[in-house]
Design a protein around this ligand. Sequence first.
Ligand code: SAM
Length: 206
Amino acid sequence: FVTGKRKATEVAHAVWRSIVQKGDTVVDATCGNGNDTFALLKMVADESGRGRVYGMDIQDTAIDSTSSFLKMAVDSREMELVKLFPICHSRMEEIVPKDSPVRLVAFNLGYLPGGDKTIVTVPKTTELALQAASRIVSSGGLISVLVYIGHLGGRAQLSFVESFAPSMSFDTWMSCKFEMIHRPVAPLPVLIHAQEVITVFGVCKG
Ligand code: SAM
């Protein structure tokens, strides 16, 4: 499923596509400029108006950027399916309706491209957000974390995510990591899967 994909984001999107279906509810925990929100919206939006993307970012500028991008890129019917919130992702449970099973929570860690590079995701709130994600992701769903290791603090984020993933119950979760061997400082997608189903990665417990 990764044939022809050259960027880590494309690899992550290809994995999401193998899990997410039309009509699903998904969460973009770091909207940034809206590229992931857009990709997710296209995956879940169906003809009858089902499918929801709950997006959040700590920066108002990122929410504005995502909103502007989507308004240009999608029609008003699809726009209705996206709900954007200027909040920390550790608060995601406050905005996702309790009765909506969530198929995917996507994190794209780091700073806002083209924005203030001092405002970055940090392990403390990422941990709270991953814990929240683990509570709302439904069986067979996925937590996807894209970690940029090329910028200051990136390796610390990776170390944190790599230690967090195996701390989750092995009876319920499995995790794996993609590494771009051709591009040693490229972002790494780390995928944490709520098992109950056979996964595309083929490494989940029986
Ligand atoms: N997904 C985005 C896209 O497709 O353009 C890129 C995301 S960018 C690498 C990381 C984003 O995380 C930044 O926009 C930043 O403001 C946001 N962020 C940092 N800390 C956050 C937090 N605690 N909660 C939510 N968003 C946060």
